[in-house]
Design a protein. Sequence first.
Length: 262
Amino acid sequence: MAEEMASWLQDHGQTVWLGTNWGSNIPDEQLPQSRLLIVLGGDGSMLRAARLATPYQIPLLGVNMGRIGFLCEVQTDNWQDPLARVLADDIWLERRLMLMMVWQRQGVVMGTSRALNDIVVSRGMQARVVTLHLHVDDDFVTTYRADGLIVATPTGSTAYAMAGGGPILPPQLQNFLVVPVAPYLSFDRALVLPQASRLMIQVEMDHEATVTVDGQAGKGLESGDKILIQRYEYDTLLARVNPPNYFYRTLLARLGVEEGSI
């Protein structure tokens, strides 16, 4: 299908390159010069593409070939019309807040990453709680003893955070969430934080813990490690052809709920 789309676009005077959003064969010289990334896959593909494209402020147009497709705009049986609208500049751009994570160990930066959905600090293979000390804007907030802690964007509020009992945030909100996973004798409510908040999560445990970005890139943590999270300097841009009020209709459809029933 990617080759078919590329041929169609070339017939309409466009220059096209093909690659995978795993980052293994993205042409470095092409990515910064691109005006649009068309992503074939599901939400996981969109999340990976967002981490590649957002620093260059390249809009994404998702073609749903996955199971849910919250982030995808186009269906596989009708992609010519949306692409024609793209070429006619008959689209609008939706901005999605993104998070930046810095992982520290004894003051040394062990890694950094961007997240469009969520950053999760959680227990490892053993079914034992971890102790997580949460600071917001350099102030201590609370200590969780839980399976984990989800820090989610409005985009991620319909993913793991929703399964964990967190609220659903429409994408135009500029907030993010902190949602505990199976908290034990500790604060059990989700927190909604303003976009300028700076979070620090310090891990305490005597077994395994991990930090995972968008459910895809997990790293093993040691007791005392710190996870620093704040808003990323750029938003992810999504190319939209559907009306701006699409969100709740799409949400109900993906959840299998009839319109007007809630």
